[in-house]
Write a protein of this length. Structure first.
Length: 291
């Protein structure tokens, strides 16, 4: 999506928090923050993509603090907690079939999307996941339409988002694969915030439940054309349906629409996203878009 006024302080907040948490000295942190401000002044304009600004800002932070994966420990903690929650999730799914099983699992995956220290409210803690995993419902609920689109599809691409929720995404990928659909799972090729990378998705066993696991081609927050490898572009173009988790994938496709329909599963964590969807902040969304 094109940048909103609210996005500028939000992105600066996320990137400066990373700088402040780093092991740089006092003066180094100040210089790093100034370099971030210079980047924002150079790159931000009214038509720019939020994905580009957030991604280039994170690249800058990684370079300055000399850490290729600043959220590594957070991601590991998220995955450990999610794994502990798996028995409860499987118990909740017990006895459910077809559409109801799909919808329940999709809701769990979206609730787990709160594990995101790089997006508002910034203060959500990993330990709180158990309190929110089974809460609420979809406010914008097109899960029926998404399920029907899946029933007609032969090949889909499943775009991963955050670590932690990826544990539950794996269950959803298996559910879709068990419907007889070819599922290509796509993850980032390098670290962006707490998003799961290709190597991490491989370690989590996505190759066991998907037809194929591929990298996006870069460490960008979402699949903008310039962030995609030729292979990733071809895979997205050849899919019957794209299932996209999280806000960044939604923002990327809103800015640069794909050729294929997209099933967006996300929690609207900020005003610009919520407003674009006609929902409130923190509402759960399952929407099928023909961009």
């Amino acid at each position: 999506m094109r940048i909103w006024p609210q996005c500028i302080p939000c992105i600066i907040n996320a990137r400066t928090r990373e700088i402040i948490r780093s092991e740089l000295g006092r003066e180094e942190k100040i210089e790093a923050e100034l370099e971030l401000i210079r980047l924002m002044l150079k790159e931000v304009h009214s038509q720019v993509s939020t994905i580009r600004i957030a991604s280039e800002g994170f690249r800058l932070v990684k370079r300055i603090i000399k850490d290729p994966d600043p959220y590594k420990e957070y991601k590991e903690a998220s995955n450990r907690l999610a794994l502990k929650m798996l028995p409860k999730v499987r118990k909740r799914l017990r006895g459910l079939e077809g559409y109801e099983r799909f919808r329940t699992l999709a809701l769990i995956c979206v609730n787990a999307n709160l594990l995101d220290p790089g997006a508002p409210p910034f203060t959500y803690e990993v330990k709180n996941l158990g309190d929110t995993l089974f809460e609420g419902s979809f406010v914008l609920d097109q899960t029926k339409e998404i399920y029907e689109a899946l029933m007609k599809a032969k090949r889909i691409v499943f775009l991963l988002d955050n670590a932690g929720e990826a544990i539950f995404d794996k269950l959803l990928v298996k559910e879709i694969s068990d419907m007889g659909i070819e599922v290509i799972v796509m993850a980032k090729s390098g670290a962006y915030q707490n998003d799961v990378t290709y190597e991490e998705a491989k370690a989590l066993g996505f190759e066991e439940v998907a037809t194929r696991l591929v990298g996006m081609g870069s460490d960008y927050a979402g699949p903008l054309p310039e962030a995609l490898s030729p292979e990733a572009k071809r895979i997205l173009d050849d899919a019957d349906l794209i299932v996209a988790k999280g806000m960044a994938n939604y923002e990327a496709f809103l800015y640069s629409p794909p050729r294929r329909p997209v099933a967006h599963l996300l929690k609207a964590k900020c005003i610009p996203i919520a407003s674009s969807l006609g929902v409130r902040v923190r509402d759960n969304v399952a929407v099928l878009k023909h961009h």
